[in-house]
Design a binder for this molecule. Sequence first.
Ligand code: F0G
Length: 351
Amino acid sequence: MRRPLIERYRHRLPVSEKTPVITLLEGSTPLVPLKGPPEARARDVQLFAKYEGLNPTASFKDRGMTLAVSKALEEGAQAVAAASTGNTSASAAAYAARAGIKAVVVLPAGYVALGKLAQTLVHGARIVQVEGNFDAALAIVRELTERYPVALVNSINPYRIEGQKTIAFEVVEDLGGAPDFHALPVGNAGNITAHWKGYRELAEAGAIGRPPRMLGFQAEGAAPIVKGAPVEKPETVATAIRIGNPASWEGAIRARDESGGAIEAVTDEEILSAWRYLASEEGLFVEPASAASLAGVRRWLAAGRIPEGSRVVLTLTGHGLKDPGTAEREVRLPPPVPADVEAVAAAAGLL
Ligand code: F0G
């Protein structure tokens, strides 16, 4: 049976018997072995997808949110707040509902995918849309939580990172050791920081040998870490990572440098191509941001940068149903035909 993430990893998390455990049975997501694109098969590289879309609110955010909301409640908070490109808000809204406290979410108007908006609304969060991007929203929420009685649950809250580090524990349990590479999309950079913290803790405890090289991928139009400077007007089809000034910038640099990894940019075309491949060849429907991990790894494979026989884990951060708008735009729906067998057979290409 799926157990609360906090119970499963209690010994590695900052909780005590006094901490009320607010859980939706997050984590314990499958590590799916992929068939792999030809360039991986050719080099005997085995890809595994950590399918985080199977969390309760359909993204990895639930790992951090169970801890952040539990600790906020322990500390007496009556409300939590977050800026979000959509997944953090959906998760905060769900966990706050579960805890019986209020959630306030500040969103960049016009740039949150429909599924995430629907979740956040139905869970009953107070939504405030601002005329600005995620970076502006986060600056406002930081100040809001300093001036008003509301707990910040963005990933600058260290409990979010603590919860999210558990992904490394699960990967190592499932593989029976560390992979050679671990690739993931990078937006606000909390998740790569958390992944690396998890692997580092395992290495320090002697539970693994060499931790994986971390490969972080930003979208080309929103790649401040790659460029080495904030991006004022970030743009990408992957709205989840449409971020110009990541809060955990330093954590990402540390993950990159300490692991001997890299943070690079992939184009929207590469993201959408990997997104299509995952759905149509591997049966895994993810949101565009998640596919940045595979897009980047495909580049590395094509350039011969991944040694033969390597094991590579991709974090697929969010479910495809989060963003029906992209699916509708990218994949054409055929027009209706008359309701008879011949017409349907013809349209289905069966004749
Ligand atoms: N993938 C998805 C689906 C995300 O929602 C996010 C971030 C990331 C990747 C990047 O993770 O920010 O830790 O580097 N979403 C945040 C949000 C910003 O508000 O939901 P990160």
